[in-house]
Design a protein around this ligand. Structure first.
Ligand SMILES: Cc1cc2nc3c(=O)[nH]c(=O)nc-3n(C[C@H](O)[C@H](O)[C@H](O)COP(=O)(O)OP(=O)(O)OC[C@H]3O[C@@H](n4cnc5c(N)ncnc54)[C@H](O)[C@@H]3O)c2cc1C
Length: 238
């Protein structure tokens, strides 16, 4: 296997045109490659500046989960901090988690930030939404979002060998005069449900509006996690 390390978008495009398979930390693919055979050509984005951004409104796909710190909103920092073990987080990347992993602990966090994805295609960089990233698995370069007013993340403890633990993420976004918006995403099993509602002066009304979205399908146990998280959001306002 030849591993290419593009340092510019045009080099990355060339790799893509040559059929290079994207690889992050290989925490997931290594075992599969050893079993089924290595691809002829792979590309790591670890030297591509656009894939290594980390800040209050952006996160590159090549960033290692263990490097995600207080520069990004808390919801993403906490999501990254709960993935696997320290050894996994020192090697695994944002791109591998969002595109390659079945668990995708970062996905609920990215969804409540209403993140947009920058992806690489044969003709260059494009912006798309997370649903398309999950469905089509393009080469993810980075995520961008509007900085939230407040956000929160909780992952329930997992039973070894059991089903994936519930993850609840939420964020409050300024509506710039049009009413603030609360976004909530929940991973229940392997499904991720997301909903948004305009924040009402009465928090119970906000919760009622959220229940009228896809989140209404969540079991009662999930709401025992979502409800206090949404009610506590205003106290987390920056
Ligand atoms: C012990 C263990 C515990 C774990 N626990 C959790 C957990 O609690 N929560 C959780 O969410 N995950 C968990 N995982 C999964 C973990 O998140 C993934 O292993 C990791 O995120 C994959 O990242 P990677 O960079 O190593 O990907 P790789 O193994 O390099 O790649 C995985 C797949 O993603 C593709 N890919 C990589 N980068 C990109 C990109 N930029 N664009 C498009 N495709 C790309 C690759 O082509 C490949 O198909 C765990 C894994 C292990 C081994």
């Amino acid at each position: 296997m030849l591993l290419r390390l593009p340092t510019s978008v045009s080099e990355a495009r060339e790799c893509l045109a040559e059929g290079a398979v994207p690889v992050g930390g290989a925490t997931l693919v290594w075992a599969t490659w050893q079993r089924d055979g290595f691809p002829e050509l792979a590309m790591s984005l670890c030297r591509l500046p656009e894939a290594n951004v980390i800040g209050p409104d952006s996160l590159g796909a090549a960033v290692l989960l263990g490097r995600i710190d207080g520069r990004v909103p808390d919801v993403l920092r906490l999501a990254a901090a709960t993935v696997g073990t320290g050894a996994v987080r020192r090697t695994a990347t944002v791109g591998g988690n969002l595109v390659g992993s079945a668990l995708r602990c970062l996905l609920p966090a990215a969804l409540v930030l209403d993140a947009r994805a920058t992806v690489l295609e044969s003709d260059g960089l494009h912006e798309t939404d997370l649903a398309e990233v999950i469905a089509k698995r393009p080469v993810l370069i980075a995520l961008r979002w509007r900085v939230p007013v407040a956000c929160a993340y909780r992952k329930l403890p997992a039973d070894a060998g059991g089903p994936p633990p519930l993850v609840a993420a939420s964020a409050l976004h300024s509506g710039d005069g049009a009413g603030d918006v609360v976004r909530v995403a929940v991973r229940d099993g392997y499904d991720v449900l997301v909903g948004a509602a305009v924040r009402d002066a009465d928090p119970e009304e906000t919760l009622r509006s959220l229940r009228a979205t896809a989140l209404g399908d969540l079991p009662a146990a999930a709401w025992t996690v979502v409800r206090p998280q949404v009610l506590a959001l205003p106290a987390r306002e920056r």
